[in-house]
Ligand binder design. Sequence first.
Ligand code: GAR
Length: 222
Amino acid sequence: MSARLLVLMSGRGTNFKALQQAIESSRLDANIDAVIADRAAAGLGLARDCGIDTVLIDRRRHPDRASFEASLATAMAGYAPDWIVLAGFMRVLSAGFVERFLGRMINIHPSLLPKYRGLDTHARALAAGDAEHGASVHFVTPELDGGPVISQARLAIESDDKPDRLAERLLPLEHRLLTATMALLTTTRVSLHHEQILLDNQPLAEPLLLGRDLDGLGSGRD
Ligand code: GAR
């Protein structure tokens, strides 16, 4: 049976769109039951155009994080998802909320974690003079951008890169990384045990690398 996904987002929704295109072209055996946003994100329009349920839980209409998260949890509970994908979801979730979904909530983050948690990752990689930048897909744990990393995509930094250009060059890799990682997660027994990722009961020693362990079309693992 197809995996049931919920996507949470705050913005453009290109990572959502990449997942949906992978589903439509049968590269990912899943179904996105709903897209939930914390603000009037442009990506909600993309989801609507695909005939997917959209839910807006506007943070500004809630007096505090607890009431926002209560509304979010209620909306999510209606869908009983196998996986919750944070795809450009820019809100920090409380430890209590995250723990309810431990082991089945993942996030895509635009850096080679553990480097550059938080914001402005492209500018920070450039300012540090890094030779490489990239993106990571990780399990969401209470520590912000600190959960075990499942997979990464790497990108050589070029001498004329600026933050915007670097972000733009990274984005297509993010799309491939997220779809390939979801293909893996929906076809392999993946679990999280005390911060250790197990793939078919084997500990994952290091993040899977796009182009080496994962391809852009699905799982390239042996
Ligand atoms: C992506 O670059 C994603 O990695 C980043 O937001 C962008 C969303 O783009 N996420 C974070 O920074 C999370 N900390 P999209 O809305 O076009 O998918």
